[in-house]
Design a protein around this ligand. Structure first.
Ligand code: ADP
Length: 482
């Protein structure tokens, strides 16, 4: 599939430090999860390269922060345009290394690029404050200045968007970045860096560390005094490690961790819309997003009808290689992911769950999209994110019961519910302990809105006009004028 790129020079396989491609002493294979075939041989960098990248970023910082917001805007808009101009190629690279259907991959390119456009615009709007004074001999003002060198550690499920969501606000604020993309999907990150280079992002402002020694790279980034901000998207487990490692240097942290999203269907919902919303939320990227519905709660009166409608549509989903026409469910990212789905399904069946559709592993890394009815709170899937194409459907009677069940988790990223009654919509929206609530909507992520979780799903928000604040420090100036 990668031989079909319109611009083959977008396929980069070396790390990117201080504006230069570096081969590294070792290499590692990147494989296509649909076929198991090796698609590229990529630089497996040494932790010392991370140190070099931090040094280069720090050296590039003064010039980058001295540009006006409007100048950074101009460079970032070029980058945005190049990402969009190369949407097809970036989509192909992404499908090849990550597996998601090509249409979804191209969709992610425009979603990912939207953060570059959004924060390019915000770059022009970083202002300060003048405060009213209570002392006539003093004047009080506040500057908002870039925090410094930033680190971004990103996952494989959105190989472009998880990077741009962090890098774009950092660049807009005037900060250089060292990115450590997931080792399973470095090619999209490198192609994006190549386009950044073409757009005129100066050497050292954007660095990409590729390689397999993520724990060692993470340590270097966390322990550095120079790195002032670490943004991580990934598992709660790794997030906790990074937070602990950042404590000694008191680094500012942005964490976007696991979820366990509830999707509630009340008996006054538009059932067909709820089914479509559930499918969009649950099965996008084969269930591998941190906002995927993990637990479907359906009210007693519409339960049977909902399960029937859902299973009928899920049963028709086309599983296959993301490059094939009409495929809506690609492979899972690795064998361990397939095993986790199988484990959740087996556990659910053992505890009384009924497979309505799917329920079996297919060839390779494919798993049939699955619906299980009679789900209970005792099942593994009630407490753990499956991160795969399994929809367990729980039955509930009262509104309070649904709210209590939805909130009975340490996570608090995305939640969803379908209802029509305005009183209910208001009550439930206020009661859900989540950073995001989709109301009669299964797809919620847009660059204008603050994305992030409460409880153990994370810290901070990405996107929106608030997203840039993570990368700015306030400086209070108290000016005596007497
Ligand atoms: P996922 O379940 O999405 O793979 P992980 O949390 O394992 O989530 O991985 C997300 C990112 O964190 C990847 O880039 C991975 O390489 C990186 N990572 C994994 N373990 C560590 C670690 N100990 N220190 C730093 N980064 C890590």
């Amino acid at each position: 599939p990668l031989t079909l790129l319109k611009d083959p020079t977008l396929l980069k396989t070396d790390g990117f430090v201080n504006g230069k491609w570096i081969k590294g002493k070792k290499r590692f294979d990147v494989t296509d999860p649909a076929t198991g075939q090796t698609i590229a041989d990529v630089a497996d960098l040494d932790p010392r390269d991370v140190k070099n990248a931090i040094t280069a970023a720090n050296a590039a910082w003064p010039a980058w922060r001295s540009l006006t917001g409007k100048q950074r805007h101009a460079i970032m808009m070029k980058w945005f345009q190049l990402l969009m101009d190369n949407q097809d190629d970036l989509g192909r690279i992404m499908t090849a290394e990550q597996g998601k259907p090509l249409a979804e991959a191209k969709g992610e390119v425009s979603y990912g690029a939207s953060f570059v456009e959004w924060f390019a615009e915000e770059a022009k709007r970083v202002g300060g404050e003048t405060l009213a004074t209570s002392d006539p001999t003093k004047r009080l003002t506040v500057l908002r200045q870039p925090i410094g060198v930033c680190a971004a550690i990103t996952p494989w499920n959105f190989p472009l968007a998880m990077i741009t969501r962090k890098v774009a606000p950092a660049l807009a604020a005037g900060c250089p970045v060292v990115i450590k993309p997931a080792e399973l999907t470095p090619l999209t990150a490198l192609a994006a860096a190549e386009l950044g280079l073409r757009a005129g992002i100066p050497a050292g402002v954007l660095n990409v560390i590729t390689g397999t020694d993520s724990a060692a790279y993470g340590k270097v980034l966390c322990e550095s005094d120079v790195v002032r901000h670490l943004s991580f998207t990934g598992s709660t487990e790794v997030g906790r490690i990074l937070a602990a490692q950042c404590a000694p240097t008191v680094k500012k942290l942005g964490l976007e961790l696991g979820g366990n999203a509830p999707f509630i269907v009340f008996d006054d919902a538009d059932l067909d819309a709820a089914v479509d919303g559930a499918i969009a939320s649950k099965y996008r990227n084969a269930g591998q997003t941190c906002v995927c519905a993990n637990r479907l709660y359906v009210q007693d009166g519409v339960y049977d009808q909902f399960v029937k409608k859902l299973a009928a549509k899920v049963g028709k989903m086309k599983v296959g290689n993301g490059f094939d026409e009409g495929v809506t469910i690609g492979p899972l990212i690795e064998d361990a992911a397939v095993k986790k789905v199988a484990r959740h399904v087996a556990d659910a069946v053992k505890k009384g769950g009924k497979i309505v559709t799917g329920g079996q592993k297919l060839s390779g890394q494919f798993y049939a999209p699955t619906v299980i009815s009679n789900a209970t709170s005792k099942m593994l899937v009630a407490g753990e994110e499956t991160f795969g194409p399994l929809a367990p459907v729980f039955r509930f009677k009262t509104e309070q019961e649904a709210i209590d069940a939805a909130n009975a988790t340490i996570f608090g990223l995305a939640s969803y519910f379908y209802a029509r009654d305005i009183g209910r919509i208001t009550r439930v929206s206020e009661a859900l302990e989540y950073g995001i609530v989709g109301i009669n909507a299964g797809i919620i992520s847009v660059e204008q809105a603050p994305f992030g979780g409460v409880k153990q799903s994370g810290l901070g928000r990405e996107g929106s006009r608030h997203g840039i604040d993570e990368y700015l420090e306030m400086k209070y100036l108290c000016i005596g004028i007497a």
